[in-house]
Design a protein around this ligand. Structure first.
Ligand code: PMP
Length: 344
């Protein structure tokens, strides 16, 4: 019989699927890595498992301990799965821009959720960073994974996400496009792919190019941290989980374009995914178009892998809700965002 002892053993080994509709007119092969097929529904299961196991090994997390973390939901789900298996309590701190659906999911897994205001500076006592620090001090046996600084986050991607992409493309990937939040995904995956392709001949694609996707306004693409609505990506500070030497470039994408593409992915590719996925796909398609303009032959040989961090069910009342979209001016007509040309 073939079965896992626990759902948390099934993290990783997510498949690649070719995008065939939104890529119309583009010569490059664009492959999406579908992270919502992880047991907790997102890429964050990978770092959760690695961070908890490392903290147990170092003695920072002891039996009966409590995991306290500021998380927009996905890391919380991953941590809650692992915690359940191992008997830890979880307390998560979320900014109020995070959807009610996501908070309810965390509670369903048995975690406690504390909600803080989004519109305050990171050093404000009510910010979700400050509140989680305070709870870590107050709760006995508390351990804060701190995904923004924990090097086991990028390491989990160096050990799993990167090797999976390399193996599943038979070493033919030429570009990887990854959204940047804590920076863990791009830093670990990118480092692995660059090392793996370091000696690859130029005619076989040379060294893999690592392209970050970032919400317009966030610091990674040169913004000042001004607010944006896409969840899970972008920052208003520089986390140490992010290694700025890894990305070759960062592309900024607007909320409107991210959400328009997110809706197209559901409607045209059968991929019900989150807003940061739409954002990453916009960046991947802009890259594909630019390659084509620069060198059509090289573009035809390009294999662009774009990572889709989570699924769309946590956003039904936002991105997939027409009144919410209209209230921000993201749907200008009946068809609106589903037909928008986000490549302009
Ligand atoms: N998309 C979503 C929905 C996320 O939750 C995250 C994690 N914050 C990311 C993208 C970005 O991943 P990372 O933190 O590894 O940069």
């Amino acid at each position: 019989m073939k079965y896992a002892q626990h759902i948390s053993e099934l993290v990783g080994h997510t498949p690649l699927v070719k995008l065939s509709s939104v890529t119309d007119g583009l010569a490059a092969t664009v492959l999406a890595k579908v992270e919502y097929l992880n047991p907790g529904g997102s890429v964050k299961d990978r770092i959760a498992l690695k961070m908890v196991e490392a903290a147990e090994a170092s003695g920072e997390l002891r039996p009966g301990g409590t995991i306290v973390e500021p998380t927009s939901g996905n890391t919380g789900v991953g941590l809650a799965l692992v915690a359940q298996r191992k008997g830890y309590r979880c307390v998560f701190v979320c900014p109020d821009k995070v959807s009610q659906d996501k908070r309810d999911v965390l509670r369903a897994y048995g975690a406690e959720v504390v909600v803080t205001p989004t519109a305050v500076a990171p050093d404000h006592p009510d910010s979700y960073y400050s509140v989680s620090d305070r709870l870590t001090l107050e709760i006995e046996g508390a351990w804060k994974p701190n995904q923004y600084a924990n090097q086991n986050g990028p390491l989990s991607h160096y050990e799993s996400t990167g090797p999976e992409i390399w193996a599943d493309t038979d070493g033919r990937v030429t570009h990887a496009v990854l959204g940047v939040g804590t920076g863990g995904t791009i830093s670990g995956t990118g480092r692995f792919l660059k090392e793996a392709s370091a000696d690859r001949a130029a005619e076989d694609g040379g060294r893999v190019r690592i392209v970050g996707a970032d919400p317009a306004g966030s610091v990674y693409s040169g913004g000042d941290g001004r607010p944006y609505l896409v969840e899970g990506v972008g920052e208003d500070f520089w986390p140490t989980a992010y290694d700025p030497s890894v990305p070759d470039e960062i592309l900024a994408v607007s909320d409107a374009d991210s959400f328009a593409m997110t809706r197209r992915l559901a409607r045209e590719e059968g991929l019900l995914v989150g807003g940061s996925c739409g954002m990453a796909v916009v960046a991947a398609l802009r890259l594909a178009r630019r390659l084509q303009d620069e060198d059509p032959e090289a573009a035809a040989r390009a294999v662009i892998v774009v990572l889709l961090p989570d699924g769309g069910r946590g956003y039904l009342s936002k991105i997939f809700n027409d009144s919410w979209m209209r209230s921000y001016g993201f749907l200008s007509s009946e068809q609106g965002a589903t037909v928008a040309d986000v490549l302009r």
